[in-house]
Every structure is written in C-alpha cells, then in structure tokens.
Design a protein around this ligand. Sequence first.
Ligand code: SF4
Length: 300
Amino acid sequence: MPRTLDPELRRALAARIHYYNEMGIYDFYRRPVSVHTQEVAVPIAVDEQDIAVSINPESGEQMSPRKSAAVAAPVALEREENIFEVIALKPEQSVSDPVRALKIIREDLGDCTRCVLHKQGRKQIVFGVGNPKAELMFVGEGPGADEDEKGEPFVGRAGQLLNNMIKAMGIEREQVYIANIVKCRPPGNRQPERDECATCSPFLMRQIGVVKPKVIVALGATAAKTLLAMNASMIQLRGRFYDFRPAGVRSNDRNWDGCKLAVTYHPAFLLRDPRQKGEAWKDLQMVMKELGLKAPKQNT
Ligand code: SF4
C-alpha cells in the first residue's frame, strides 16, 4: 500500500535536498534499513573526503553520524516512499547528447555566486572547452588573466605549452576536453582555497560524468588533490594511474563507470622550471600507452 510522508517532514527534506542541489550535489542514497527504522544518508564531497551526512527523518535536521546512529535505532517508522531516487538523477543525465548535457550544466551554473571568487574581479566564468566525447581530459587549477579575458581554459602561455604537450602525444587540442577545478579567476592568480574548490568542483564532476573520458590528466597539485580527495606531494602523486569516479555522480551508462587518472605538472609550473619537462613527458607517455597513442614522427 503506498504510504505518504508527513507534510512537515517532506518540506524539511525538500529544503535540505534543494540546498544540496544548489551546491551541485544530486546523488543521495538510502542506507539499508529494517522495516521499522529508517535513516537517510547523503554523501557529499567536502574538503578532502566523502562525508556521509545523516538527516533526522523526523526533523529533517542534519546530524552527526554518531548522533544519527543513536537516534535511528529507536525510531519506529514505516516509510517506503522512494523520493530520493526520483530526485537523485542530475538534469543532464536525462539527455543523451553530450553537447546538450553540458549546456544543461552550464545553465545550472548560471551567473554563479556560490563562492567568493564571483566577487573578486572575475570577468566571466570559464566553463570548459573541447570534444564533449573526448577520451582524454585535462583538468587544471583555475583560469588566469588570459582565460578570464577569453572565457576559455588554457589560452595563455601555459595554454600554448599544453597545446604543445597535446601535439606531442599525437593528437590535437580539439580532440580533448579541458577544464579547471574552479571556473572563476582567483585574484592575482593565487591558488584557489579549498572551500572554493569544494564548492565549484561538483560542476566539474558533472562535466566529467557527461564527457566520460577514458583518462583524465590532473595538471598540478590542486587539480590532483581535489579530484583524488587526498593530500600528497606531486612526487607521491605522479607516476601511476588511479581509478577515478567523479564524486557525487552516479553513472547511468553501463559502458562507463569511471576512468583512469594520471597526475603531471601544471604547464605554468613547467614554464617556471623547464627542467621538469622530461618528467612531465614520462607522465604523458604513460597516458599515451594507455590510450594507444603514438608520438608523431619528427621531421628530419
Ligand atoms: Fe561559482 Fe565556481 Fe565561480 Fe565559485 S569559482 S563563483 S563556485 S563558478
């Protein structure tokens, strides 16, 4: 027999879910429950780890995991209505055309004011560019002055070097997809703060979920640490592949359940320290091998 939620509870849950949706978080799951108890857990990617936030089904209030465990046991509820699955799908996942899907994410982002970077001198949001079905995706840190001016990632000197790196892999820039962890220029080209990365990156995760690359190359420590949700030095992060699934995005494609991720130096760093180009080339060769790419023959 269908059961309905108490209107107060429904309102509280809807407000909570709207709050997470505003942050670009659409995935919710229910922990297995006994017939008489129910507890709702919402995984969100915050800072450097996934945290399961529990919601008191009675009040709609967020609880600490310990508190929720204590409260859930004595609560006798029989609620089967599956409202979470209904709203869990992200809007772009209902369309098959990746161009349209990316457009939906861009529209969702709107004239974003979710983090302080919106009021620190950005000219425009730099969403991402490239092949929406790319096998290879590059993720950098954030837009610089040139990118802010043109509205496209990696178009300045660092972008020119990235283009050369891509060419050296035997492909063209148009074949890959390029984006950043944050979409607005941090003032003075400072590193984005962790809360700014945490606020903006769910949109990048959704872009990754649409493009469905085979390999992502994280350019620099900020991109690597945010994508992998781990804190380590570049020396520790480089030289291997990671299994990667975009946080907060559940694949609805049986042919794509995440991809490989490699870490290399940011082109801006390589411009400052060209001695590291050889190391970066080793990283790219690892990626080329994975994708079956061959470096173009040099003209003699
Ligand atoms: Fe929004 Fe991202 Fe720009 Fe922050 S950096 S204002 S979250 S688009």
